[in-house]
Ligand binder design. Structure first.
Ligand code: GLY
Ligand code: MN
Ligand code: MN
Length: 450
């Protein structure tokens, strides 16, 4: 596993890469500096209780700080960047503490006590990126969230720096630890809620630190793509378990799904079939691959699998063309991953902006770009038995190619999804997820075998 020293070694080149991007983006909007706001604490309606702070992804791209509302990073091309760290005087709460580490050497750091002290540090002709705060207009920014600058930064961040990849490997390991504990809890008869708690304990994350809400679905619940109900009591009969849960490290996400069957059955054959085709799709992740081709390949492979397991009675190709595969696989095959779980820029046509829409029949595909080296994507095919979509198929005629008895047998299992996170590299796909599961199994210190 990558160590803290590796991260320290890789970090300066990461900051240099960000500086290069920002320098180019500032030229394009004729500004001299960029100020990135961390964001602000938000309070619930009619309440003095704050929501968990969600940092601006542009801020955490620069600094491994997730909890310092009111802080700023200021980048002036050719100069060491500045970190304005807001540490208010407060005896009700613990003020954020500046994480130490050699990464700080890359910055000129100023600790502020009041949010408005930051204003005096803003260079002339500064563009601002972040949530627009009350009074921002009076700070004299040359531009607020200028689209041309955002386009360039969003497009560029699909391809990760070595530092970012190191963070994402760690996020994958954290997710794998949570998944392993969750599976043990399921096997021990725990409820969805108890499985969730085991996940948190093993990953060492607070709920608010998860990259997205855990999807922990037993039996039929696996048919709900983003099921987050967490039933407090265990199901009487355990047939299947779908868990879609990620880890987070220094603000970078992993996004991992596994599906398990409790016994050999047509459903376990289906799980094995999805697993096999998922690995074929992962093998397609490479620099130059047009991502929608992976999505279309997923439909072809799922069409063949549905015929194999007896769900669909027509030929696989017809199943795709008639929109039958979309009844059982109604989402995109994956997305960009990084600072956000569904990372930005997936539909961007170029760094100068523009939209590359998904194919008309595949509106839910979140990524329509050609992959560059260093891009991290998820590959997450699935097969589900969703009442709503099955009823539609029945009423619009597609149902005559469906074997309803087989569907009735499989529906109590909900569905299958297998999701890995894969880096496109010239040397072949790097599967962060499989590597993370293998590393915890071979590491005694992480609870694996020697
Ligand atoms: N966990 C949400 C997704 O897989 O996209
Ligand atoms: Mn995903
Ligand atoms: Mn997921």
């Amino acid at each position: 596993m990558q160590t803290a020293d590796d991260l320290d070694r890789l970090y300066p080149a990461h900051v240099a890469a960000l500086q290069g991007r920002v320098g180019r983006a500032l030229v394009s909007i004729d500004c001299g500096a960029l100020a990135i706001g961390a964001g602000l604490t938000k309070y619930r309606f009619l309440d003095d209780r704050p929501d968990p702070f969600a940092v601006n992804p542009h801020f955490k791209a620069w600094v491994p700080i997730l909890d310092a509302p009111g802080s700023f990073v200021i980048c002036v091309p050719g100069r060491r960047p500045t970190l304005l760290f807001l540490q208010p005087e407060d005896y009700w709460h613990k003020p954020p503490s500046l994480p130490d580490g050699v990464w700080l050497d890359q910055f000129e750091v100023h600790v502020l006590r009041h949010a408005d002290e930051a204003r005096a540090f803003m260079p002339p002709r500064t563009a601002y990126v972040g949530e627009v705060f009350t009074g921002a207009e009076e700070w004299g920014f040359a531009a607020l969230n200028p689209p041309a600058l955002l386009d360039l930064l969003h497009f560029a961040r699909a391809a990760k720096t070595e530092y970012e990849l190191a963070c994402m490997r760690r996020a994958s390991t954290i997710g794998a630890l949570g998944h392993r504990a969750a599976l043990r809890a399921f096997e021990g008869g725990a409820s969805e809620y108890e499985i969730h708690l085991e996940y948190l304990a093993a990953s060492g994350l607070l709920e608010a630190e998860l990259p997205y809400s855990n999807i922990i679905a037993v039996n039929e619940h696996a048919a709900i793509l983003h099921y987050t109900d967490l039933k407090r009591t265990a199901a009487g009969t355990l047939r299947s378990f779908l868990i879609d849960a990620g880890g987070q490290f220094r603000g970078y996400a992993s996004d991992i799904t596994r599906t398990y069957a409790t016994a050999l059955s047509p459903f376990s054959d289906l799980v094995a079939g999805v697993e096999r085709l998922q690995q074929q799709l992962c093998a397609m992740v490479a620099p130059g691959t047009y991502y929608p081709d992976i999505h279309l390949a997923a439909h072809r492979l799922i069409g063949a699998l549905l015929v194999d397991v007896g769900v669909v009675t027509c030929a696989p190709e017809a199943a795709v063309n008639l929109g039958l595969t979309a009844v059982f696989f109604p989402h995109g095959v994956g997305h960009l991953l990084g600072l956000q779980v569904h990372d930005v820029g997936g539909h961007q046509a170029a760094e100068t902006g523009g939209v590359a829409p998904p194919p008309a029949a595949h509106q839910f595909l979140r990524l329509t770009r050609r992959l560059e080296a260093g891009a991290v994507v998820t590959i997450e095919p699935g097969v589900y038995f969703i009442d709503l979509l099955l009823q539609k198929a029945q009423s619009d005629g597609r149902g005559r190619h469906i074997d309803w008895d087989t569907v009735a047998d499989l529906a109590p299992y909900g569905g299958v999804r297998i999701e890995d996170n894969v880096v496109a590299t010239a040397a072949g796909p790097e599967n962060l997820t499989r590597a993370a599961f293998a590393s915890i199994e071979s590491s005694p210190s992480l609870g694996g075998r020697a």
